[in-house]
Design a protein around this ligand. Structure first.
Ligand code: FES
Length: 246
């Protein structure tokens, strides 16, 4: 982890409440896709933890869902604004452990870290399948970005307005019967449903939690696991299937 200034370079609105923000700055502390940053917002007591969608040597890309005044300030900041940021937080996904037929499964804003993972896997010569879940067609984002990497993308919407009507688990059952390993990020009910897919022999699940420090000091984000209590921010946010206790 390092504390550094990340400078907003550009912002692009993707849906009514999701934005893509590009920052320039020091990304040396990032080691894996699926890590996150904790951004200080002027006038706000607590930093905001946000998953990193991808990073290069020059900067990072965040996908941000509007969730109150803090994130509204962030997405409306003018280009050139510098934010005090803790970078390289969390363990991230291990792309070396992936089974025979991995699938990337994301729900809503949980899609963000899977994009960086997909880029990483493509760089390793793999083209993973991706299953993305949304409430409706109006909420869909980043399908083209995953497809541009060469990934085959399956979409589920709860109201059936785009793709499969239902949930990402329906996509996996119907179209990806060979998938035996999942990289997953999304709301907890979705994680639990994916964990219940009988075809999966293993997987890595990225959890969300309310956070304060973001680097393991306050113990405020602790969850039970098969190996005892673990901090989502420091020991996670990614936990292996066999570690998870629902
Ligand atoms: Fe402080 Fe996780 S947020 S220990």
């Amino acid at each position: 982890m390092i504390q550094t200034k990340m400078t907003l370079f550009s912002a692009r609105q993707l849906t009514k409440d999701v934005w893509e923000l590009a920052f320039t700055g020091d990304t040396e502390a990032f080691t894996r896709p699926g890590q996150f940053v904790n951004i200080e917002l002027p006038g706000r007591f607590l930093r905001r933890p946000i998953s990193v969608a991808s990073y290069t040597d020059e900067g990072m890309l965040l996908l941000v869902r509007l969730a109150g005044a803090g994130t509204a300030d962030l997405v409306s900041a003018p280009a050139g604004t510098a934010f005090d940021t803790l970078t390289g937080l969390g363990n991230g996904f291990d792309p070396e452990e992936r089974g025979e037929h991995p699938v990337l499964i994301g729900g809503g804003i949980g899609i963000a870290p899977l994009y960086g993972l997909a880029r990483k896997l493509v760089g390793m010569g793999l083209t993973p399948h991706v299953a993305l879940g949304f409430r409706s067609a109006d909420d869909v984002f980043y399908v083209e970005e995953f497809a541009a990497l060469g990934c085959r993308v399956f979409v589920a919407t709860e109201d059936g307005s785009l793709g499969t009507k239902g949930f990402v688990t329906d996509c996996v059952r119907n179209y990806l019967p060979e998938a035996d390993y999942a990289f997953v990020c999304g709301p907890t009910p979705m994680l639990k449903a994916v964990d219940g897919l009988e075809q999966l022999k293993g997987g890595q699940f990225s959890f969300e939690a309310r956070m304060a420090c973001g680097f393991g000091a306050c113990v405020g984000c602790t969850i039970p696991t098969a190996n005892g209590p673990r901090r989502v921010c420091k020991d996670g946010p990614v936990f292996r299937k066999e570690e998870i206790v629902w």
